[in-house]
Design a protein around this ligand. Sequence first.
Ligand SMILES: [Zn+2]
Length: 186
Amino acid sequence: MAKHRKTGAYEHFCVLIFAQGTWKETDKDSVRNLIKEKLKSLKEAPYNIFYKLTYRDKMPIHADCHICQPIYKMFEEFKGNNDGILYLGHHYLIPEDDFEDMKSLTNLILSHNKVKKFYLLYLDGFKEIKRTILNEMNLEEFKEKLKFKKCNSNDFILIIDNDKFKNRTVYEISKRRGPSNIYHSQ
Ligand SMILES: [Zn+2]
């Protein structure tokens, strides 16, 4: 990743997993373990999408990146007082490698009965925006640069399959309503 550019920031890949109900500490661990186990099973592709999930439990401080913090604050706002897990890191996506895995990531996260939904954002780095402007953006100005879309897991997988996945869009992806989820719907 190039440094000392006058425009843009790093690429960011972010996932916020949103709890169904209140989590015990063991629930959080069991959701995180889904990702860890999957990662272990994918040794042959070291920079796969599961590796690109960088766990965060506090605000990232990177002196040379000023958009980590608005991203973090935005997801904190979405999470509110609910339980959840945030992954946020400087990662770039490679469509031909990562989009297939993004579908299995979706199914994996939503398969957990203590997960209600998740948010996913890929930010390409705002290369057309001057860094001085990026550095001064507040949270509301930052959100104006993004789009927001709610969908269920089926819709999201269709979005990927139809080549409609967009960076700079915060996807809010819920479980598909149907017989398979009916016993987990409280
Ligand atoms: Zn950053």
